[in-house]
Ligand binder design. Structure first.
Ligand SMILES: Cc1cc2nc3c(=O)[nH]c(=O)nc-3n(C[C@H](O)[C@H](O)[C@H](O)COP(=O)(O)OP(=O)(O)OC[C@H]3O[C@@H](n4cnc5c(N)ncnc54)[C@H](O)[C@@H]3O)c2cc1C
Length: 408
């Protein structure tokens, strides 16, 4: 049994790790080494899974929830933790169940996977150009030669962060076998804003705020940390929101600077703050409620001069300030390009893939695992878990197939 794996990222390596020594496995990658994307995950620390049950994993799947039910049942987050620990990688769990190597080194995750792929044959710096099927064998054509295989696993990733090698080739391979591709879009990607104040607050981080989005009539909100960029907003809550709005036609965004308080409570707080500062400028009081750089843009949006004396602020103006602190509208201009996405949403249409085995329903012996599939999750280690679970399901199916004597 000869198995080709296209891509030495998390998904490809995990298929290899589970088949190593059980079949002749050749892993192709256009890069000079394995795991280029793994290296930059979790800011170089690799949040490789989430210490949670499969229900919580499924809650964090944005697209492909139903499809993932079988694969996550076959290989749960706790199996990922056990796998790495059994292979010598010590792990730790941080806030929100995020699991990292104890060493804080993403490269240790790749090293562990590579040690499990000892009996696989790696072909680095070898980009696959074409996969075809004739008779009962696959032909894999690379920029260096042609090879024949019984089975082919496409683990080429999505289209985001293309410098790591994921340039969307897997979609073309799938199309060559008549697969439908759901249009790839950036997910977990910064949001572009048209507001003039953004340039002046670049680098400003907001903690404990809620970012709200209304997308084609559906409401979403994320609480936590946001970060202004040169052209918009990023940080965990903006990235998460982007995944929910990336296919919407009409989007409205706003920030709630005081999510722990109701609008009435914010107004009461304003009244208290006003009382002690009646002869001061309004900007002085607002500075106590917002980061310094946001005071001016905030009052500009409120249409009130920062120099206005607190004692001359009308009830109507006070109410509008309270309302704005809870609903600071942002001028949504779309998302950053797909290349900046932590993950790609869209990809190989799940309807044409067996959720149990990851085998194509259109071509026997052809499998798709990881980000090339139309599955994307929120942050927290869930995307790598998707790569591991789909890879595991695929490897077990291939193993079962050749143990059953088929294609042996
Ligand atoms: C900055 C960043 C941080 C992230 N952090 C996290 C995190 O902490 N936790 C988490 O769960 N997820 C994280 N992710 C997402 C996660 O890294 C991916 O979902 C996951 O790595 C996908 O694995 P994959 O094997 O499907 O694809 P990839 O890792 O993209 O691997 C695909 C491989 O295929 C190779 N390839 C492509 N085309 C060809 C071809 N034609 N021939 C040969 N080889 C080819 C590529 O060179 C590449 O090595 C992060 C992503 C980014 C960009």
């Amino acid at each position: 049994m000869r198995v080709a794996i296209i891509g030495a990222g998390a998904g490809g390596l995990f298929v290899g790790a589970n088949l190593s020594g059980k079949a002749i496995v050749v892993i192709f990658d256009g890069n000079e080494k394995a795991g280029k994307k793994i290296y930059i995950t979790g800011k170089g620390r690799c949040n490789l899974t989430n210490n949670c049950d499969k229900e919580k994993y499924l809650d964090n799947v944005v697209n492909g929830k139903k499809f993932m039910m079988s694969a996550i049942s076959q290989f749960e987050p706790k199996d990922t933790i056990n796998f790495f620990e059994e292979h010598g990688l010590k792990l730790k769990t941080e806030r929100g169940g995020r699991v990292f190597p104890l060493s804080d080194k993403a490269s240790d995750v790749t090293k562990t996977l590579l040690s499990c792929c000892r009996q696989c044959d790696f072909h680095f710096n070898e980009k696959v150009k074409k996969i075809s099927f004739s008779g009962d064998m696959f032909e894999v054509e690379t920029d260096k030669g042609k090879y024949v295989f019984d089975k082919v696993v496409v683990a080429t990733g999505g289209k985001s962060y293309p410098l790591t090698g994921s340039t969307g080739d897997g979609y073309h391979f799938a199309e060559d076998f008549s697969h439908n591709i759901i249009k790839p879009k950036g997910a977990l990607v910064p949001i572009k804003l048209g507001d003039n104040f953004v340039k002046g607050v670049m680098g400003l981080s907001l903690k404990n705020v809620t970012l709200k989005g209304e997308a084609d009539g559906k409401n979403f909100s994320f609480f936590g940390e946001a970060l202004f960029t040169d052209k918009g907003i990023s940080g965990p809550i903006a990235l998460s929101l982007s995944s929910m709005i990336n296919t919407a036609k009409k989007v409205a965004l706003s920030l709630d600077f005081k999510p722990a308080l109701t609008e009435e409570e914010v107004e009461k707080r304003l009244l208290r703050d006003f009382e002690g500062n009646l002869n001061r400028n309004l900007s002085f009081v607002i500075k106590g409620l917002l980061p310094k750089n946001l005071v001016e843009p905030f009052l500009e949006k409120a249409g009130i001069s920062p120099e206005k004396k607190v004692n001359s602020v009308s009830v109507k103006e006070r109410k509008s300030i309270a309302h704005l602190l809870k609903n600071f509208g942002l001028d949504y201009q779309g998302l950053y390009p797909i290349e900046s996405g932590i993950i790609t949403s869209g990809g190989v249409d799940l309807k044409q893939i067996s959720p149990k085995t990851m085998e194509s329903k259109l071509q026997k012996g052809l499998y798709f695992v990881g980000e090339v599939l139309d599955v994307d999750c929120l942050t927290g280690g869930f995307n790598l878990q998707t790569a591991f679970s789909t890879a595991y399901a695929c490897a077990k199916a291939i193993e079962k197939d050749f143990q059953g004597g088929k294609n042996a």
